[in-house]
Ligand binder design. Sequence first.
Ligand code: GLA
Length: 400
Amino acid sequence: MKNLTLKILRSVAFAFCAVAASFHAQAAQTAAELAPTPQMGFNNWNSTHCRAEFNEAMIRGIADKFIELGLKDAGYTYVNIDDCWANWKRDANGNIQANPVRFPSGIKALADYIHSKGLKFGLYSSAGTWTCEPKEENRGFPGGLGHEKQDAATYASWGVDYLKYDNCNNENIDARIRYQAMGEALRATGKSIFYSLCEWGENKAWLWAGEPVGGNSWRTTGDIEDKYPSMLKIFKENVVLNSHAKPGRWNDPDMLEVGNGGMSDTEYRSHFSLWAIMAAPLMIGTDLRKIKPDALKILLNKEVIAVDQDTLGEQGHRIREADGVHVIVKPLKDGSHAVAVFNETDAAKDASVTAAELHLDKTKKYTVRDLWEHADAKGDGAIQVKLAPHATAMYRISAL
Ligand code: GLA
């Protein structure tokens, strides 16, 4: 009898330890485990801003589209909501709450729905007294400043997997202090919550947002607009920051505009290619319930996505910028290299990249795979291409 009791006690203790260990393993996820490659997903901001169409029916519909359109299979994981989800006021206990008109079922129910599809859910707040919208004085949605622990605990209880933390109404308090406070609060929940800083590069977050703040990505620029000059400007600001990106810690040149209608398909292909070669987050910013086939095809280009998601985790570095042509090279885990050749100008260009520029081995032969044409060429690895205005060609070069 005594033996049996001991046995039972031992197995109960063993089961408890196993559960505790698995919980601990989850809780202890390092940045590189949580974000081994740049985040992929959706955020409503670029398509809806604060308009009333941003509501729970829309976000559920987007989660459904992730499955129906093959986006989940292509690696898109996070379904995130941006500003304007919260109620105007905290409740009597100071808890942040959802806007009852937009999200009548509450945020937890939405997170549960998204999780039921095998996807992850992200939320937005600001490291300030209020968020960024609306812009009228003395009216706003509550921000997280001074409420970090309480809000992080609320988010964790709702099942939030990702927090985008903005920079509006920051009372001129040092950014490092504000972002550190939320980083600590998120860690204190014991959950692995992706931490996406959004201070627009104003305080050079790439220098401090990784350690000790614990950020997994940080915005490097102001807001993108659905216009070619905006995309171009942001690309130029972000491309020089390549040395600051690594697994768990990514430069974020803002979300994608692909599909929103303000750029041509050629320009959207450049946008997607440049973001991928820069190992940028691939956060879809268009309403997937209305997306046109050409835009969807861009977002589903698995060969370009594979460049973004390569586990070596290097952001491509620009090896040449001359005459409006940019050549960016990203070393990949299997020893091959991705190369993007981008013509920023309004004129067509004949561009070439030599094997020597790419430091290829003269004694070897290479396959040059065109990632938009999905076709191979064999040779010394050199590239020759005719580029339309604003176009990007993208390749993967591997030794035969
Ligand atoms: C800032 C951010 C945007 C968006 C809006 C919401 O401008 O940079 O990405 O989140 O706030 O108000």
